[in-house]
Design a protein around this ligand. Structure first.
Ligand SMILES: [Zn+2]
Length: 237
């Protein structure tokens, strides 16, 4: 499992699209493991956490500079419209460990949609991420954490490898962990690209440093291992 010195995060947007202002922190699922299709934390013995930044309405130069100067890997769940509008700023934060993932096309709550609509939301967002990032998303984060069994079916249809929730939310100087307590290794931290991101990020980075943790790349820990190359000439006839 690759270890990176630093990783980071980015997050979101304010008011791009009407979406619930309160995002529930999902309850930790004790049975969740890294092989589960839906995860809200990563099981690891490494002293790492994962910074994820959602939406994308406000992306400031100061945030870009912070992420770059601290070499923070971030899993970005930026909406298609924000990718289009802010790609000039967002593309600057690309570095090893930082990725652009899928947060749906229009930020509608998945559980309110049919399977067909959910599939359209996820597959269309894949196209937009690929259009800018030139790589396909591996992870999908449902807006507001809303999901049902059709979300799993739709995500798989669109080639998504995992649905990534979160178990820590940070904003306005506050860090809230599902189940309480301090941030722990393997936690997936949710932030948003909005005006408070810079200060929220600084609070999170100071806290994880205090706890002896470091940001790492989500893809390093959750992306499926490449299939082994099989030499067909050695296969039994
Ligand atoms: Zn969102």
């Amino acid at each position: 499992m690759a270890r990176r010195r630093f990783s980071a995060t980015l997050a979101l947007t304010a008011g791009l699209i009407a979406f619930p202002s309160i995002i529930n922190v999902p309850s930790a699922k004790a049975k969740s493991s890294n092989s589960s299709f839906l995860v809200d934390h990563v099981r690891t013995k490494d002293p790492v956490v994962f910074i994820t930044i959602d939406d994308g309405s406000v992306i400031t130069d100061r945030v870009v500079e912070l992420l770059l100067s601290r070499k923070i890997p971030v899993a970005n769940f930026v909406l298609s419209e924000a990718l289009k509008t802010h790609w000039k700023a967002l593309h600057r934060i690309q570095r090893p460990g930082t990725s652009f993932e899928n947060h749906s096309e229009t930020h509608r709550l998945m559980s309110s949609l049919s399977l067909k609509e959910q599939t359209s939301e996820i597959c269309r967002a894949n196209e937009h991420v690929h259009g800018n990032y030139k790589k396909l998303p591996l992870f999908f984060r449902p807006p507001g954490g809303s999901h049902n069994s059709d979300t799993v079916t739709a995500a798989k249809k669109c080639g998504i490898q995992k649905i990534v929730m979160w178990n820590v939310e940070a904003d306005q100087g506050k860090i809230v962990r599902s189940g309480g307590g301090s941030i722990r290794r393997g936690d997936i931290i949710l932030l948003h690209y909005m005006n408070s991101l810079e200060s929220s990020l600084k609070v999170v980075l100071a806290e994880i440093k205090r706890l002896g943790l470091r940001p790492a790349s989500l893809r390093d820990y959750l992306a499926p291992a490449p299939l082994p190359v099989v030499n067909t000439t050695t296969l039994p006839q």
